[in-house]
Write a protein of this length. Structure first.
Length: 438
């Protein structure tokens, strides 16, 4: 009996050890990511407010965002090649974090639209550098069977960081001069640089960028934070090869899917670029503007927790249409609100509608659309040219949307601009309805 009891205890102890061994370990270096994402979370909102505070207009905000998006395309290409050529994850990540801290401090001395816009463009270039090496580092420092867990944790840290940055900015704007928020944000980014030096250990095996697009979890994480990835620079022939398949019903999916996502990003650029200027023009205080964006981030994080299971139970085409329809309706209703109400009630309605559009609808659509992209464009070898075309068009769409937004808001008004964003999504809905996807 005693021996049986000892054997039972030994077996129990072994089971405990096995369970601990099976429990996925989160890479410790991911802790270095949090302060940086707190720092960059509020920057887009902050830049818009700084431009408006320096007597800029919505067109100035539009030009700044357009240049930011324009820089992000060659930046993604450049830093992708640098990552593949020089296998030094730590140096690249540290440099990006420290460089971002320096740029944030320079915002303290920017007192004109021109200076703020140049700094924002430089911010785009420097922050893009960290995306590819971080995604590869997740894969290189985690067992392959744990990649899904590692990327889920990685994405959650980034989302929480961005939200905390917005909360910090909202509180700061209530008590201090808005421009000085650059100081704590720079300190946070510098903290990430220091933590990276201490926590990141170069992996024993380096992966090439192409690995990212053949794993669903890494691909989703990559597109969530930078919505395009280039394995090579797309050429004119690549565009021609993709879109000539429009003539063939059997190969219709790839070009139609790319065009539908193109219109999605055009609409997003139109809406998002004018949102902060529209609220500021209606005398909504900075704390409320940051509060609205924070609310949307929180709703988005919560929505992603059920979006995956919802998408799995329904066809990808149907889910995409549901998400796009909800988003389009919210955009249009936001436009109507700007014609009918103002002040505090406007802020409340915008917060609710934007939370539905940018939180619930986005999470539903994002998961379904990127699954289709992965299945048709990125998940198979030899489709690097299609992915390059997709990425280039997404980048162009964000630029086009941002540019249209400023001009439409300045000459037609904010209400008409948001109605235009909603109308743009109806074209995306129609294109999705043409897909052969089940």
């Amino acid at each position: 009996m005693l021996e049986t009891a000892k054997n039972s205890e030994a077996q129990t102890a072994q089971d405990v050890i096995m369970k601990k061994a099976e429990k996925p370990k989160k890479p410790t270096w991911i802790k270095a990511v949090l302060p940086f994402n707190i720092a960059i979370g509020p920057v887009s909102t902050l830049v818009a407010l700084l431009i408006l505070n320096s007597n800029g207009t919505v067109i100035n905000v539009s030009l700044a965002v357009t240049l930011f998006n324009a820089v992000s395309i060659p930046s993604a290409i450049f830093w992708g090649f640098v990552t593949d050529r020089f296998h030094d994850r730590k140096l690249l990540i540290m440099s990006s974090y420290i460089g971002t801290a320096m740029i944030l401090l320079f915002f303290l001395f920017a007192d004109s639209f021109f200076q703020i816009t140049l700094l924002y463009a430089l911010f785009s270039f420097v922050t893009t550098a960290v995306t590819t090496p971080l995604n590869l580092l997740v894969m290189e420092t985690s067992p392959k069977q744990k990649w899904s867990t590692a990327f889920a944790w990685f994405s959650m840290v980034i989302s929480i960081g961005n939200t905390l940055g917005l909360v910090l900015s909202a509180i700061w704007s209530a008590y201090f001069i808005l421009e000085y928020i650059a100081i704590p944000l720079a300190i946070l980014s510098m903290t990430s640089g220091i933590l990276s030096a201490l926590l990141i250990k170069e992996p024993s095996v380096f992966l090439e960028r192409e690995v990212m697009i053949h794993n669903r979890y890494s691909f989703f994480a990559r597109l969530k934070h930078v919505p395009f990835v280039f394995l090579r620079v797309p050429k004119y022939f690549d565009f021609k090869r993709v879109f000539r398949t429009l003539k063939n019903g059997l190969t219709l999916n790839v070009p139609v899917l790319i065009l539908s996502i193109f219109m999605f990003y055009v609409a997003a650029g139109i809406f998002n670029t004018s949102l902060v200027p529209s609220l500021a023009a209606n005398r909504i205080p900075s704390i409320a503007i940051f509060g609205i964006v924070t609310t949307v981030n929180i709703v988005q994080i919560l929505s992603f927790r059920f979006a995956g299971s919802y998408d799995e139970k329904n066809s990808l085409r149907k889910v995409s249409i549901v998400g796009l329809t909800l988003r389009s309706t919210c955009y249009a209703l936001t436009g109507i609100c700007f014609f009918l109400i103002s002040g505090e009630w406007l802020a409340i309605f915008v917060a609710v509608l934007y939370s539905l559009a940018g939180g619930v609808a986005y999470s539903i659509y994002y998961t379904a659309a990127n699954t289709m992209v992965f299945n048709t464009v990125a998940g198979h070898r030899g489709n690097g040219y299609s992915l390059g075309v997709y990425s280039a068009l997404v980048g162009i769409a964000t630029m086009v949307g941002s540019l249209i937004s400023g001009l439409a808001s300045f000459y037609l008004g904010f209400g008409a601009t948001f109605l235009l964003a909603g109308a743009s999504l109806t074209l995306s809905i129609w294109l999705v309805s043409l897909l052969n996807s089940p």
